[in-house]
Design a protein around this ligand. Structure first.
Ligand SMILES: [Zn+2]
Ligand SMILES: [Zn+2]
Length: 323
């Protein structure tokens, strides 16, 4: 086995450590809440039943959305974004960047592309050998181009992007609900711990740590969740929040915003009854990259990187999309 292959396998194995850590904390929290708190600590049967019903509801939704975020494969660019075989060979043989761009400009002429690099060049991934669709980025951890890449999340050991962004948001929401519920219901027993009203058994230490861990996770998840809700409202990915996409009219952080309601629907789908369920509710990845109504100024007005003007400077939206 080649040393690089062994190294890659080790890296892949180590990447699961944060996920295993979270899984262990969740398993312990389940045991501590159900057994040590509800069965051994809470004296009232009625209180036990109510707590256990709500606990299991939030637990199932949390684990379901976490599972879906981890195991939903990132979406890759479709075949139409790959260079045709002959063009690819020409591109690889060509050494001058200007000529390579010329090949890309020709290949991209039939693709629905709105964004370019900062220098106005076609966004191309040398590693995957594809023209990058709008909002697509190459993830070095996954070693692939990911549609509407948001970020690579070590806590789910997966890329968060077009295929699982809704699941990721729901995972944050349900983990927040799970931690808040635990913290709120454990609070009175946490106070009893400090006033020495709990019987002296190991259960009281589980109660103590349950509150600490739930409160700690609550604080950290709340800030991340609020930030992502704000991004959803703006139709912006984390990458775009740091580096605005470049359109024909220049860079624009709000270039993909369609208005608050449509921005929400792009992530959660049109049917409100599925919004809270971690199931995929959108059909077309191109919808995701449809910018707001185009402003004046077209790519054809932008000088070609090789110094020439683009040919076929049409004025219809179709012509703009085709350039
Ligand atoms: Zn790539
Ligand atoms: Zn990734």
């Amino acid at each position: 086995m080649a040393p690089t292959h062994v190294l890659r396998c080790c890296q892949r194995g180590l990447a699961w450590i944060p996920v295993i850590f979270i899984a262990l904390v969740v398993c312990w929290s389940y045991y501590a809440y159900v057994v040590e708190l509800c069965i051994f600590t809470i004296p009232s049967i009625g209180e036990q039943i109510v707590y256990l019903i709500f606990f299991h509801l939030s637990f199932v939704m949390f684990v379901w959305s976490y599972w879906k975020t981890i195991f939903t494969k990132p979406a890759n660019p479709s075949k139409e974004f790959c260079l045709p075989k002959a063009e690819k060979e020409r591109y690889e043989k060509e050494e001058r960047p200007e000529s390579q761009q010329e090949i890309l400009w020709r290949a991209a002429s039939s693709l629905p592309l709105y964004t370019r690099t900062g220098a106005g060049a076609i966004r191309y991934c040398d590693r995957c050998q594809v023209i990058k669709p709008d909002r697509c980025h190459h993830c070095s951890a996954c070693d692939m181009c990911v549609l509407k890449m948001d970020h690579h999340c070590p806590w789910v050991n997966n890329c968060v992007g077009f295929s699982n962004y809704k699941f990721f948001i729901l995972f944050l929401a349900y983990s927040l609900v799970y931690c808040l519920f635990i913290a709120a219901t454990v609070l009175q027993y946490f106070i009893k711990f400090w006033t020495n009203e709990l019987t002296d058994t190991p259960a009281k230490f589980h109660v103590l740590f349950l509150f600490f861990v739930a409160a700690m996770f609550c604080i950290s998840i709340l800030s991340l969740f609020s930030y992502h809700l704000w991004l959803v409202g703006k139709n912006r990915s984390t990458i775009e929040a740091f580096r605005a996409p470049v359109f024909r009219t220049g860079s624009d952080k709000n270039g993909f915003s369609l208005g608050f309601r449509k921005n929400i629907a792009q992530v959660f789908g049109d049917q409100k009854k599925y919004w809270l369920l971690p199931v995929f509710t959108r059909k077309d990845s191109r919808e995701e990259t449809k910018p707001k109504p185009l402003k004046p100024g077209r790519w054809s007005d932008v000088p070609h990187p090789t110094g020439q003007h683009r040919r076929g400077a049409g004025h219809s939206d179709t012509a703009v999309r085709a350039q």
